[in-house]
Design a protein around this ligand. Sequence first.
Ligand code: FE2
Ligand code: FE2
Length: 254
Amino acid sequence: MDDHAQATTLSERADALEEHMMHELEHIVIKSALFNLADGKMTDETASALARNPGKYLLMQEDPRLPKMPATPTLIDYFKCRFASTSHLLQSAAHAKKSGHSEKVIMACLLHDIAVAGFIRCDHGYWGAQMIEPYVDEEVSWAVRTHQALRFFADESVGYQYPEAYVKWFGPDFRPEPYIVDEYKRARNHKHYMTARLITLHDLYSFDPDAKVDLDEFTDIIGRHFRQPKEGLGLDSSPSAHMWRTMLWPTRFL
Ligand SMILES: [Fe+2]
Ligand SMILES: [Fe+2]
């Protein structure tokens, strides 16, 4: 069997498995266009899924495959029930705390990659900043937005160098896009530059791979620096509540 034929078979098998899982569910789950694009497909399965599942309704509630969220979710609930991996965030925050930085810097480190953890990778600094903007001090969201650009630029004054990990992951010839270069240039003269720079300094992937940091260590800081809406995070009417709702119900049809 040639490589192409084998790849087709594998992808067909993956589709068949997905189909099987769908039949196990009470409702029809349709992937958002973006989820399909991430699989390299430009497609909408709605019509064919409805035809293959007569009598079933499209999912308009929580996804039973995901951990159940409380009726009024908090930031901590998203950490526990939605974020794919939190150890990087917790380790970065713990590192900043150990270095004696302010609670705002610790908070910024704790939240800097939440878009990667629970939402989307591309432009994660921008998405992450928007998600938290209504609930944190402007210094924290600005730093989260800007750390994405600053990661690509050294700052000898604080001992920050271009990450070796980036050379390994993206290749030695990778250069950031012009909008990232411009963002960096604007950030250099901003009053919160150092907060974003400190995120990059504590943005370490393996300063201690065995270190287990408990989220409980940051409960008080979250309480003081994250304005939890009483309706539940995502069930409120802030300008970014819909982004939290999307994490709450990522497969709702509408
Ligand atoms: Fe990041
Ligand atoms: Fe990070």
